[in-house]
Ligand binder design. Structure first.
Ligand code: ADE
Length: 477
């Protein structure tokens, strides 16, 4: 991921990013930071970048020209490396106390970008005309006024960078927080067991992983309830919806429940008639109508943003109303396969499984045609595709889809019927379990090979059919 910071104080950015985790991430190439001095772009012979505001008032304003030219230089660099389309699509963030307050959700959203540009204001502000021209987002880090945008840009870079694969060596740390979304962290203890008469809670010394997890969750809940009742209320409502969905039909609604539990999906609608969960990052909207009559009304509530291009319908009755609003490109009827055992399947000793990096793109796109090459590349960059190797050669692959289901399974000809698929799925199930997730996937109706593989591993197949629909909105929607 590349950060570009337009600032009058580039040394403030460079110095702050020399040490610690971000310093290491820069050294090993996980992130790149390009701090650009706006002053280098002024046409003023005294290197001035500010002037008095028209109409009077206190203080000085940053002028449009140097900011604009600085941006054009950043843009040209990105266009040369990544192409014009990437440069046109860049998010340009202006740091200002007037912006949207920064949050973990925003950090997760920004972590999806390849390039992020920050504009750090100084003085009393920036000429509005250049803001209109280049800025896509206005972000504040809180309701207080700082002397400039450098510290806020560092705060945002820190929060975003730690979500970039490879930045945190202990990958579980980033996942963990998503798993416990809406809750504050539980208390933690290190050696010695006793300090100033205070003992580490006994349960943490018990070695019983399950008990430790239960204690931590309880502590997190208690802390959140006391310190952040607003967050706790949100958490409580979400948990109650998850419970309701799972009680109604565990295998059918596992995708919605997991999406909420993992902190990906947001509840877009919840009512007597049904539920809509929207996963913005994946562009997937999941719909459950609790009666046939409710179907039409529920579909009309689907968020109107064009990025939602995939819909998971949990009932057939939702198809006709969705067709009214969308041009349907494809519709794959499938069933959920859910792993509900406490112990992960045994791993094959014969097959080596490794995380694949983007250099494997070519070997995958030529064989796996269900998604676009861009989608596969993104999965590889995120480190969510895994390869099975037999005697050093790639024999098959499988991974995690954007919205969180397991899938993308493929075994190359010549390696079939040797347990490669089984080894991959076993590995993926174990991986999700170690991340505290309930593993699930989709089995297309009629794919008997997939169905028997899932059954063999003890996954439960839903009785009901779901419809994975790709489509685009009709104009009037
Ligand atoms: N610039 C000055 N104060 C700020 C704040 N609170 N957030 C973002 N940018 C700022």
């Amino acid at each position: 991921m590349n950060f570009h910071v337009m600032t009058l104080f580039p040394e403030m950015i460079d110095q702050a990013l020399q040490t610690s985790i971000l310093g290491r991430a820069i050294k090993n190439g996980c992130i790149r930071v390009n701090a650009v001095n706006i002053r280098d772009y002024t046409k003023d012979k005294h290197k001035k970048v500010d002037d008095y505001p028209y109409g009077g008032g206190a203080g000085m304003l940053m002028q449009a020209q140097p900011v604009y030219d600085c941006f054009q230089a950043v843009r040209a660099g990105v266009a040369a490396r990544q192409g014009e389309a990437a440069a046109d699509g860049m998010r340009v963030i202006c740091l200002t106390p007037q912006g949207r307050t920064f949050s973990q959700e925003m950090a997760m959203e920004l972590a999806e970008e390849e390039e992020l540009v920050f504009l750090c204001g100084h003085y009393e502000g920036i000429d509005e005309r250049v803001l209109e021209e280049i800025v896509t987002d206005y972000i504040s880090i809180g309701d207080y006024v700082l002397t400039g945008g450098e510290l806020p840009s560092l705060v945002i870079m820190d929060a975003v960078a730690r979500l970039v694969p490879g930045v945190l060596h202990n990958e579980a740390s980033a996942c963990f927080e998503t798993f416990h979304n809406d809750l504050l962290e539980y208390p933690q203890y290190s050696r010695p067991e006793e300090w100033q008469g205070k003992r580490v809670p006994e349960v943490l010394l018990s070695g019983d992983h399950r008990k430790v997890e239960a204690w931590r969750l309880e502590q997190s809940q208690e802390r959140t309830r006391k310190l952040r009742p607003d967050l706790f209320e949100k958490y409580r409502k979400k948990q109650s919806l998850i419970r309701d969905l799972l009680k109604r039909n565990r295998a059918l609604y596992i995708d919605m429940a997991e999406s909420l539990r993992r902190g990906r999906g947001e509840v877009f609608y919840e009512g007597e008639e049904g539920v809509i969960v929207a996963d913005r990052q994946a562009g997937v909207c999941m719909l459950a109508a609790f009666s046939d009559q409710a179907a039409g009304g529920l579909v009309s509530l689907v968020p109107a943003e064009p990025e939602f291009r995939q819909f998971v319908l949990h009932q057939e009755c939702l198809l006709a109303p969705l067709e009214e609003h969308c041009l349907i490109e494809s519709n794959i009827p499938c069933r959920h396969a859910v792993y509900h055992h406490r112990i992960a399947p045994a791993l094959s000793k014969k097959v080596e499984i490794r995380r694949l990096d983007p250099s494997f793109l070519g070997q995958i796109v030529n064989f796996y045609h269900t998604t676009s090459a861009e989608y596969i590349r993104e999965r590889l960059v995120k480190g969510r595709l895994f390869g099975a190797f037999a005697e050093g050669s790639l024999a098959g692959f499988g991974g995690e889809h954007q919205e969180g289901s397991l899938g993308m399974l493929y075994v190359y000809e010549g390696y079939r019927r040797q347990g490669i698929g089984l080894a991959l799925v076993s590995y993926l199930i174990g991986l999700h379990m170690s991340e505290g997730l309930v593993p699930y996937g989709h089995v297309a109706i009629g794919n008997s090979a997939s169905q028997s593989l899932n059954r063999k591993l003890g996954l439960k197949i839903s009785k009901e059919t779901l419809y994975w629909v790709r489509g685009s909105r009709r104009q009037e929607f």
